[in-house]
Design a protein around this ligand. Structure first.
Ligand SMILES: NC(=O)c1ccc[n+]([C@@H]2O[C@H](COP(=O)([O-])OP(=O)(O)OC[C@H]3O[C@@H](n4cnc5c(N)ncnc54)[C@H](OP(=O)(O)O)[C@@H]3O)[C@@H](O)[C@H]2O)c1
Length: 339
C-alpha cells in the first residue's frame, strides 16, 4: 500500500513511458479512417474525453460521434460541439462545422440510474449500430458522498453508472458485431493505475451502499477503478465478438487535478511539481486512441503506458473477482436493467 502510494504519487509510473508512447504509434499516421463508425464517449466535455473526440472526429469524420457528459443547457452543448468541430475540421470549413448530422451531445449523469437509462434510450432510438464505446468519464474527489441510488460516489459514477450504460448498449454493440462482413466493435474502459489502491477486499460490498468515509479517497477511487477492470474482463470473457480493453492514460493535468487542488492540501502543496510528473493531454489521449483503433490490441487486457500491458493488482488478476462483481452488479441493476 505505502509502496503503491509512493509509486503513484511520486513516480508517476507510466508517465515517462506514456510520454514516449507505443513504439511506432503516431496518431496522425496510424489511426485509420473512422468514416463509417458510430462512436460514443462518456465524459466527452472533460480534458481527455474532449481531446479524444477531436482526434476521432479528425480521422475520417465518423458517421456519428456522440459526446455524453453532465447535462448542460442547449447553448453550452452547441458551443462544445462547435468548438470540437472547429478544432477537428478547421474553423474555415464552414460546411463541416455547421453540419448538424455528425456530432451530438447526450445528457448523461452517471450517478443517476434514470439519467443513464435515458441516455441509452436516446442513443438507441436513433442508432442501429455502435462501433466504439469509450467509458471515459470519471471523478476523483475527497469528500465522502453518495449517488442518487445511495452508492459510494466514485463507485456509483465510475463503475456502476458505466456498468449500467454498457449493459443497456450491449444489444446494439452485439448487433453491430454480428454484421457481415465482420465489424470491429470495441469497448474501451478508462481505468487507472490507481486501481492498485483499492481496499484489501477489492470491493467492500458490505459497505458500498454507504459513503465509505472509513476509506481514504484514493481507496474509494481505487475501488471504482478496480471494478472497471472487472467489468472489462467480464465483457471480454462473455462477448468475444467485441474487443474490450482497459487503459490507464498516464498522469495528466485535467479537470481531475483541478478538483483535487481545491480539496486536498497535499495536492496543492505538490502543484508546482505537477508539470514534471505529468504529460500533456495530447500524450495522455494516445492511450485512448491506441486502444480505440490499433489492430494490435488484445481483448481482455489492461494497458498502462500506450500499448504495453500494465501491472494488474493481485485482486484484478483473480477470475473470481470479476465473477463476484458480475453477480453483485446483476443484483444491483436487476430492476433498472433486468437480464
Ligand atoms: N488525468 C489523469 O491523470 C488520469 C489518470 C488516470 C485515470 N484518469 C481517468 O481518465 C478519465 C478522464 O478524466 P480526465 O482526466 O479527462 O478528467 P476530467 O477533465 O475531470 O474529465 C472527466 C469528465 O467526466 C465528467 N463527469 C464527472 N461526473 C460525471 C457524471 N456524474 N456523469 C457523467 N460525466 C461525469 C466530467 O464532467 P465535469 O467536468 O462537468 O465534472 C468531465 O467531463 C477518468 O475516468 C479518469 O479517472 C485520468
Amino acid at each position: 500500500m505505502v509502496r503503491d502510494l509512493l509509486r503513484i504519487t511520486l513516480l508517476g509510473s507510466s508517465n515517462t513511458t506514456a510520454a514516449r508512447g507505443f513504439p511506432g504509434f503516431d496518431p496522425a499516421r496510424d489511426i485509420p479512417s473512422l468514416q463509417d463508425k458510430v462512436v460514443l464517449i462518456t465524459g466527452a466535455a472533460g480534458g481527455l474525453g474532449r481531446q479524444t473526440a477531436v482526434e476521432i472526429a479528425r480521422h475520417g469524420r465518423p458517421r456519428r460521434l456522440y459526446l455524453a457528459d453532465l447535462p448542460r443547457d442547449q447553448v453550452a452543448s452547441e458551443a462544445l460541439l462547435r468548438e470540437i468541430k472547429e478544432e477537428a475540421y478547421g474553423a474555415e470549413d464552414a460546411a463541416a462545422v455547421t453540419d448538424p448530422s455528425s456530432l451530438f451531445f447526450l445528457d448523461l449523469d452517471l450517478q443517476s440510474f434514470e439519467s443513464v437509462r435515458n441516455c441509452a434510450a436516446r442513443f438507441a432510438a436513433d442508432n442501429e449500430q455502435l462501433h466504439l464505446l469509450i467509458l471515459n468519464a470519471g471523478v476523483l474527489r475527497m469528500a465522502p458522498a453518495l449517488t442518487t441510488e445511495g452508492y459510494e460516489f466514485h463507485f456509483g459514477i465510475n463503475y456502476l453508472g458505466h456498468a449500467l450504460l454498457s449493459r443497456l448498449l450491449l444489444p446494439v454493440l452485439l448487433r453491430t458485431a454480428a454484421n457481415k462482413p465482420k465489424k470491429d466493435v470495441r469497448v474501451v474502459v478508462i481505468s487507472s493505475e490507481g486501481h492498485t489502491m483499492a481496499p484489501k477486499a477489492g470491493v467492500e460490498y458490505d459497505k458500498i451502499k454507504t459513503d465509505c468515509a472509513h476509506l481514504m479517497y484514493l481507496k474509494r477511487y481505487g475501488q471504482s477503478k478496480l471494478a472497471l477492470i472487472g467489468l472489462m474482463k467480464q465483457l471480454s470473457r462473455e462477448h468475444p465478438q467485441i474487443t474490450t480493453i482497459a487503459v490507464h492514460p498516464g498522469r495528466i493535468v485535467t479537470g481531475l487535478a483541478q478538483g483535487l487542488w481545491k480539496e486536498s492540501n497535499i495536492a496543492r502543496w505538490t502543484k508546482g511539481i505537477a508539470p514534471l510528473l505529468c504529460v500533456p493531454v495530447s500524450k495522455g489521449i494516445q492511450n485512448h486512441l491506441w486502444a480505440a483503433t490499433s489492430p494490435d490490441v488484445v481483448s481482455g487486457t489492461y494497458y498502462e503506458p500506450v500499448g504495453i500491458p500494465g501491472t494488474l493488482s493481485p485482486t484484478a488478476q483473480e477470475e473470481v473477482f470479476s465473477k463476484k462483481l458480475r453477480e453483485w452488479t446483476d443484483e444491483a441493476l436487476k430492476e433498472i436493467a433486468p437480464l
